[in-house]
Design a protein around this ligand. Sequence first.
Ligand SMILES: [Cu+2]
Length: 184
Amino acid sequence: MSILKFAVAAMAMSVSVTAFGADTHVGGHEHAMDGHAHGDTAGEPAQASEANRTVDVVMHDNYYQPEAIEVKPGEVVRFVVENKGSLVHEFNIGTPAMHEAHQEEMMMMVEHGVIQGGKLNHEMMGMDMGNGHTMSHDDLNSVLLEPGESKEIVWRFSAQGDIEFACNVPGHYQAGMYGEVNFN
Ligand SMILES: [Cu+2]
């Protein structure tokens, strides 16, 4: 392990210990194009068998039903997400900083023709970008769906904080396609 990697690991550990510290933006500015964990405070993926309940989420052009979600701290929720719009949409659980960073990645996906209005170019998504990364969009906190598609995310809301579910397809967040995760 290099000195730098050790320092980063040590920092990550101290951050998780002080999970409610001031900096909730750790990891939010990574630019990995594939599914690396971001060391964030939005929670973590879980197994369907751990879920306390299922929440159905319907995606339209450009809003969600429901518009907000209530969770208990530590609760595991199974989301069944369906795209009933005519455009590609995302359901992504993250902090505002994570969404902001992911919007840059998705802008690249549009620029490279991976997202084309109502279609995803799956062949392009699997291509190596020349740096060992792909635009496969396989982050565990997110699903990216074509019209008519449906997928699941099981998520543990382990850390209270400023968490939103959002669509980071360029322009959609700005059009209001996001909702609050409220802890109660
Ligand atoms: Cu969208």
